[in-house]
Write a protein that binds this ligand. Sequence first.
Ligand code: ADE
Length: 230
Amino acid sequence: MTIGIIAAMAEELEILLNDLKLIEKREKANMTFHKGTLYGKDVVAVVCGIGKVNSAICTQILASEYNVDKVINVGVAGGIGKEIYPGDIVVAENLVQHDMDTTAFGDKMGQIPRLDTFDFKCDKEMVAIAKKACEQISELNSFTGRIASGDQFVANIEKIQWLEKEFGAISCEMEGASIAQVCYLNSIPFVVIRSISDNANNGAHMDYQKFVPIAVKNSTKILKQMLELM
Ligand code: ADE
């Protein structure tokens, strides 16, 4: 079994790459695919770049060229709601693309036209393992629910209120739902695990700078524990 591990930014994968026993490194589509073993598991780890297009290209390469059996997306995210704080963990149950809008044709906001699903559901078994990993690292607060992805760094209170009301999202980021869509189209089980770097409100970019290191540390901790449980 080979697990594809995707992070959007180099700093989100740095700790893991230091632990990876590298077998082969290959460049494709401006991304470096690191094949090796990580905590005893066969993996291909890659930094995909920010946004839905980069992450979709990356996931399709993992599917077509590396035949990965499962995909895990890790990294940081904006938290939605008063109860969620920087450093907390979000395990996605399902994901939607909040910037997909064909409401002019009568579709629901977020619906990808002519696709037979509204949201992209994470693999139940992988979610259960991720939740178990969270329980075992008891100093971390964790939440399970919907992540909304879009090509936008959300730093606006009205926007997060809208994401909460429209989608019931507990977190927002910029890649998870496109990775999820590619996994869905290729029938690959996947899960998205993020740690909160900011509350997606006005001034989120300031919190983001401050909290990314701790968020990265926490999401990496969960992934490590998860790989050990898999
Ligand atoms: N990733 C981390 N914080 C985010 C935010 N506020 N919006 C979108 N993606 C993010």
